[in-house]
Ligand binder design. Structure first.
Ligand SMILES: Cc1ncc(COP(=O)(O)O)c(C=O)c1O
Length: 488
């Protein structure tokens, strides 16, 4: 009875906004629960399991849980493309998710940089309902009020933001891979128009990049793990070293029709391109007449505090094509390929298309999301929130000097570089009520909803610190005891 009460109190603690006080209460309840179990005459394995369950906010569901029953029922029918952790999420609100056991998790992942406005934004939900009752889909064979309105807003907001000053038209599709696929096809078409001999077909991308899973975008993603099972890749793809200016001359040649680069590599480890590299790349593309594509699918849409991550660069370094997706629909699947006139004039009717892309439902949602995400107040707040993360990263680096080597990124796309596999930390954090993901090599990735509050960041980082303590066996720092420890 005492135990059950403790677990409930623990849940109640996380159900309210977490603070240092709440967190220390959690530890206090957990330790009294553990003490009760330790002095009981239960079998050792049962004791261990109860102690674990009572000391963690959201221990991964057991084999006998409702979650496991559901998963075991469903998994045999799913192509095994992903290995998922045990919880099953069924509800979201703001920066929180709830699993089917009704446990609450603070979400630092935002569906991999997607839910920038948080989960189930009420306005977006209302608008989705309204548009669903008005018009969902007609195909691209007909006009509708929203595909063009979204395209116009994408171009206008891009121009107003200081990013891609040649933005002229947009092609709306359904995902990041498709946005890049369109960009690759457009570059190939430009190459054919510029050089009708067909010799200008090579396409360049960079190591550690991620551009998608379709054959074209996968061919631009030089990661053997993703490419090997599906080789051979599309012919003509070449890879260079990110931020390596000297290599560009041999890499990008007269045969190159297009180059794609992430201004900040997301999956590759939150690696930031230097302004010098992007500028040199632009210059080299100009020299050989290649189309330059910035993939801002993960780093764009105000995640860096500017609408586009490349927005601080001078116009001379801007791309010919800009791709976006992820946050554009806040979870509704949609992507866009924004092009300049030089590209647009070389694409003719029938060259490219999509059945669903830009349907009225998706376009209306994205129009709303883009309007919200381009708000200067939100963008300003992203930079304030970055400071809070960085303060905690510094503290973690001091606390775990052998584990944390550096932190990188801009705004709310941040990476904490560890010397070892962060998977145990991810698990420990999840079991304490925080969702965080990895990327690159041993990097913890932070891409929370942009609407996250500073208090939520503080609470999440406290959980992360506790989780790292649990994994790396360092004592949890208890307020007021630091001085004593230092003098001992
Ligand atoms: C930079 C970048 N480009 C492209 C993609 C592919 O997007 P999608 O998964 O929507 O096809 C991703 C997805 O993670 C990405 O991060």
């Amino acid at each position: 009875m005492a135990l059950r009460l403790s677990s409930k109190r623990l849940y109640a603690a996380i159900a309210s906004p977490r603070t240092a006080v709440v967190s220390s209460q959690c530890r206090c309840y957990a330790s009294s629960a553990s003490a009760a179990v330790a002095s009981s005459n239960l079998p050792g394995a049962v004791k261990e399991s109860i102690t674990r369950e009572s000391s963690l906010h959201s221990p991964d569901p057991s084999e006998s849980s409702q979650t496991a029953r559901l998963v075991n029922d469903q998994l045999p029918f799913m192509v095994p493309t992903y290995v998922r952790p045990p919880p099953m999420f069924q509800k979201g609100e703001g920066c929180y998710l709830w699993d089917v056991e009704n446990r609450k998790y603070l979400d630092f992942t935002a569906g991999i940089a997607v839910n920038a406005l948080g989960h189930c934004d009420p306005e977006m939900a209302k608008l989705l309902g309204h548009q669903a009752q008005t018009l969902v889909h007609t195909s691209n064979l007909y006009h509708n009020p929203w595909t063009g309105t979204l395209s116009k807003l994408l171009v206008e907001k891009t121009l107003a933001s200081g990013g891609m000053q040649t933005a002229s038209k947009a092609f709306i599709c359904n995902s990041g891979s498709e946005a890049n696929e369109a960009a690759i096809k457009f570059a190939r078409k430009v190459g054919k128009v510029v050089d009708p001999s067909g010799a200008k077909y090579e396409f360049v991308s960079f190591y550690n990049s991620f551009h998608g899973r379709t054959m074209g975008s996968l061919s631009a993603t030089p990661n053997p793990k993703y490419q090997k099972p599906f080789s051979p890749m599309v012919p003509g793809f070449k890879y260079g070293t990110y931020n390596h200016i000297e290599g560009l001359k041999d890499l990008v040649t007269d045969k190159t029709c297009g180059v794609i680069v992430e201004p900040i590599q997301g999956e590759g480890g939150v690696n930031v391109a230097t302004p010098e590299f992007l500028s040199a790349l632009r210059q080299r593309c100009n020299e050989v007449g290649a189309v330059l594509i910035y993939d801002e699918i993960q780093c764009g849409l105000s995640r860096t505090g500017r609408l586009w991550a490349h927005g601080a660069l001078p116009a001379e370094s801007h791309p010919d094509i800009l791709t976006t997706a992820k946050a554009l629909g806040n979870g509704f699947p949609i992507g866009a390929t924004i092009v300049n006139e030089a590209v647009a004039t070389k694409i003719v009717t029938g060259d490219h298309g999509t059945t669903f892309g830009g349907n009225p439902l998706g376009s209306r949602v994205a129009h709303y999301v883009l309007t919200r995400l381009s708000d200067p107040e939100l963008q300003k707040s992203v930079l304030e929130k970055e400071k809070v993360f960085r303060k905690h990263f510094e503290a973690l680096q001091k606390r775990f000097p052998d584990v944390v080597t550096e932190f990188r990124g801009n705004g709310l796309i941040l990476g904490l570089q560890l010397t070892q596999d962060p998977t145990p930390v991810v698990t420990a954090a999840r079991e304490r009520g925080l969702l965080v993901i990895t990327c690159g090599t041993n990097t913890l990735r932070f891409v929370p909803p942009l609407i996250i509050s500073e208090a939520e960041i503080e609470a999440g980082m406290e959980i992360l610190g506790d989780s790292m303590s649990a994994v790396f066996h360092q004592p949890v720092e208890v307020e007021g005891t630091k001085g004593q420890q230092e003098t001992q």
